[in-house]
Design a protein around this ligand. Sequence first.
Ligand code: SF4
Length: 148
Amino acid sequence: MSFATKSPWIIHYAATSCNGCDIEVLACLTPLYDVERFGIINSGNPKHADIFLVTGSVNEQNLPVIRQIYDQMLEPKVVVAIGICATSGGVFRECYNTYGGVDSAIPVDVYVPGCAARPQAIIDGVVTALGVLDAKSAAFAQSKKEAS
Ligand code: SF4
């Protein structure tokens, strides 16, 4: 990673999460697990965020919300699906009201399984996301250079 010049900001959305994974995400933001040591700040504004953390599965109600948050984020951006509900729909995937995991709504870059996902796994997923964001940033800068 070469994140010396930019601190990545995250935005967090709970889809149909039971809140188990959300509690672990919030634990990562506290001084106990402290993802701020990687320069990561939680933002409430999609336009400020680089990394989109989603918990829970996708259904009719939250699909447009997930897509809207994703569309409001500027490129380059990375999506992390946290918990087995977000990665595949989990035990709810066959339910009449469930489309599946987050990738049934938007592209997902990093999958963090678990029920609930452990803070260590979430941090590992976010650090992996930083690498993906780094690569996307380089590709984005190159495409802008070639276009000018
Ligand atoms: S993966 Fe488990 S803890 Fe996380 S939202 Fe689904 S049911 Fe809850």
